[in-house]
Design a protein around this ligand. Structure first.
Ligand SMILES: Nc1nc2c(ncn2[C@@H]2O[C@H](COP(=O)(O)OP(=O)(O)OP(=O)(O)O)[C@@H](O)[C@H]2O)c(=O)[nH]1
Ligand SMILES: [Mg+2]
Length: 396
């Protein structure tokens, strides 16, 4: 597919004249001393593409090879699985949970400054909520305008999942996501300074070559790299690239793009925090309980002909034992990032889901699934917090 086909937002993609391939030059004071600058980058990409996993993996490489790394976990709503997961990795973490960093730039700048001055970080990365197209415009341009004396902007990076790319491939499979999502993914690719094909551990060499060639043809001006955030393959090369290159600072905006706004409305955000207790005071396999809960949500979605591009759960049960799962759609197996190592009588749990489903029916599906596990395992569930909203919901 030629790039023109992707150039969906009206041809405003004028490139900045600077090249992205120059190494950042150190800023000097009047007396010739170098001023320490911090690098910042945004990791974009569709829901479940592996942004959080990649940032953790890159953080570990960079901590060793370059200096301390900070991660800003960003999402809409409260009680984020990603913040909890990132904290378990030993990376220095800040959270911006109540909305996209794009609309909280003063807060974001404060956090970057704190990571630099308080924690001694030399590189900060942040993701944006799964379809947060527009961060180049809101985030990078603001930082370039106001903070170029202390922040260097690394390439704006978009992570791609080989499974989701099927939605864009000319002869790709039907992956049960609506057409609007295809448009969002195309916009994400256009916005990139660098496209990174992730999860290459899941596909063979021929598929990797097909996907990389497709991305290069679709976006001929944008470099393409490939990694496995899970195994670490290609991650040192990616870190080296991001440490030595800068953003092109393209002019790319979706501020008045109604098609983008309509596409956003296909998704519902769901966040819940709850406490689950076994009523016979028995230690049980909570891994099984969580699997059952997720399976029950999957069945509810299948019945309603809806989908969930990313459902994440994070559960803790004391003494550092935790369980983290992901479901990347009704057609896939549950991914167990980390299982509980022991049986437990109780657990605290967070559920984050981004669903292609209207908000009220989705909330009911989760409630029914919680009732199902309570009946089956004789549990009590205390619900401390639930929010469920669609981007198009009136009064949000
Ligand atoms: N096999 C494989 N799985 C991966 C890789 N990277 C991430 N995953 C898995 O993909 C799922 C989603 O990963 P996340 O890092 O949570 O994705 P994300 O883009 O941060 O998701 P959102 O924040 O919800 O948009 C998890 O189950 C990860 O373990 C990879 O390189 N290989
Ligand atoms: Mg994430």
């Amino acid at each position: 597919m030629p790039y023109d086909t992707f150039n969906t937002y009206g041809g405003a993609a004028a490139m900045h004249e600077d090249t992205a391939t120059t190494k950042a030059s150190a800023l000097k004071t009047a007396d010739g001393k170098e001023v320490d600058k911090i690098r910042f980058m945004v990791m974009s990409g569709f829901l479940g593409a592996g942004k959080t996993t990649a940032m953790i993996s890159m953080g570990q490489v960079m901590n060793k090879n370059y200096g301390k790394v900070g991660i800003i976990a960003n999402d809409l709503g409260a009680n984020l699985v990603d913040t909890n997961l990132t904290q378990t990795s030993g990376c220095t973490v800040e959270e911006i949970a109540s909305g996209c960093i794009c609309y909280q730039m003063d807060n974001t700048i404060d956090k970057i400054r704190r990571l630099k001055d308080r924690d001694g970080c030399i590189f900060v990365m942040s993701d944006i909520p799964g379809l947060g197209v527009g961060a180049l415009d809101h985030t990078y341009h603001r930082l370039a305008d106001d903070c170029s004396d202390w922040i260097t902007l690394s390439p704006f990076t978009v992570l791609v999942d080989p499974e989701r790319i099927k939605l864009l491939l000319p002869d790709g499979d039907d992956i049960n996501l609506p057409e609007e999502i295809k448009y969002l993914m195309q916009l994400q690719l256009e916005e990139a300074d660098l496209i990174v094909l992730n999860k290459i551990d899941l596909i063979d060499d021929a598929e990797i070559e097909r996907d990389v060639n497709f991305l290069k043809e679709a976006c001929p001006d944008i470099p393409v790299m490939k990694i496995s955030a899970l195994t670490g393959e290609g991650v040192p090369e990616l870190c080296e690239y991001l440490e030595t290159h800068e953003t092109l600072l393209k002019n790319f905006s979706v501020r008045d793009n109604e098609q983008f706004q309509e596409a956003e409305k296909t998704l519902t955000w769901y966040n819940r925090r709850m406490f689950i207790k076994q009523l016979d005071d028995k230690k049980i396999d909570m891994n099984e309980v969580i699997d059952e809960l997720i399976e029950s949500i999957r069945m509810g979605l299948i019945e309603k002909k809806r989908n969930v591009p990313h459902l994440k759960t994070f559960a803790t049960a004391g003494a550092g034992d935790f369980n983290k799962c992901s479901l990347l759609g009704i057609d896939y197996d549950i991914e167990h990032t980390q299982p509980f190592l022991r049986d437990h009588k109780k657990m605290s749990m967070i559920i984050n889901a981004r669903a292609v489903c209207e908000s009220r029916p989705f909330a009911r599906i989760v409630d029914d699934a919680v009732d199902d596990i309570c009946d089956k395992y004789n549990l009590d569930a205390q619900i401390f917090f639930t929010e469920c909203f669609n981007m198009g919901d009136e009064g949000r």
